[in-house]
Design a protein around this ligand. Structure first.
Ligand code: SF4
Length: 223
């Protein structure tokens, strides 16, 4: 299969001036970090795209791989390994050799925002990259949106209205296009520490996805 890689933001993308300024500051304060728009991870042929919010300062922003290096990543990669979407041993670094199968991970906003809070304008501005990501996946059948912001941005990227597919943990929206959109609360430390999201709740979302996609093997190509 011939695949066209989605357009990725320039490493010095300045479409969001506040985030570009924060990036410059982080390159000075965290000189060993990645400190750029974090590229997506996983095969373009995957049927599932997982959409997070934005890189964490000392997580994906530092390591350069989505959800890698912070608490949210511990939960997400554990679930991916548990449900057959990944192989290897997750060690919070892009050098851990983890490979993804049947899924790809991206973020609604590619650059780390101060206090983990992108502005509505920044979410809108970065949506073009999310839309291109979806368009570049020829076998895309499902989206898993982690949190309301990534859900809302994905819905808009699909050209839908928010009321067509309202966010709710555990919600499953079967869209006319054939795509299915799954929602989960974000697997952040805050949500798990406060009991908003338990590991059982998170697993239940993956159980639905695995059943729908009939994922049961790891024969897919590596990331
Ligand atoms: S968040 Fe997206 S659009 Fe904004 S500066 Fe980063 S890569 Fe560019």
């Amino acid at each position: 299969m011939s695949l066209t890689a989605p357009a990725s933001p320039n490493f010095n993308c300045a479409l969001c001036p506040r985030l570009a300024g924060f990036r410059v500051e982080n390159r000075r304060l965290l000189p060993d970090g990645f400190n750029g728009p974090v590229p997506s991870f996983g095969p373009l042929t995957a049927p599932l795209l997982i959409v997070g919010l934005a890189p964490g300062l000392r997580g994906a922003n530092f390591t350069g791989r989505p959800f890698t290096g912070d608490y949210a990543g511990d939960l997400l990669y554990a679930a991916l390994l548990n449900f057959g979407f990944a192989s290897g041993v997750y060690a919070a670094t892009p050098r851990d050799g983890v490979q993804l199968f049947h899924c790809r991970i991206t973020n609604a906003v590619r650059c780390v925002p101060p206090q983990n809070k992108p502005t509505p304008q920044e979410i809108t501005t970065c949506r073009c990259f999310l839309a291109q990501e979806m368009a570049a996946m020829p076998g895309l059948r499902a989206l898993l949106c982690l949190g309301r912001i990534s859900h809302d941005s994905a819905v808009k990227a699909l050209g839908l209205r928010a009321k067509d597919a309202p966010f709710g943990h555990g919600a499953v929206h079967r869209l006319a296009s054939g795509l299915t959109l799954y929602d989960s609360y974000h697997c952040s430390r805050y949500n798990t520490n406060t009991g908003v999201l338990t590991s059982q709740m998170f697993d239940a979302v993956f159980e639905k996805i695995v059943a729908d996609l009939k994922i049961g093997s790891r024969e897919s190509e590596p990331a």
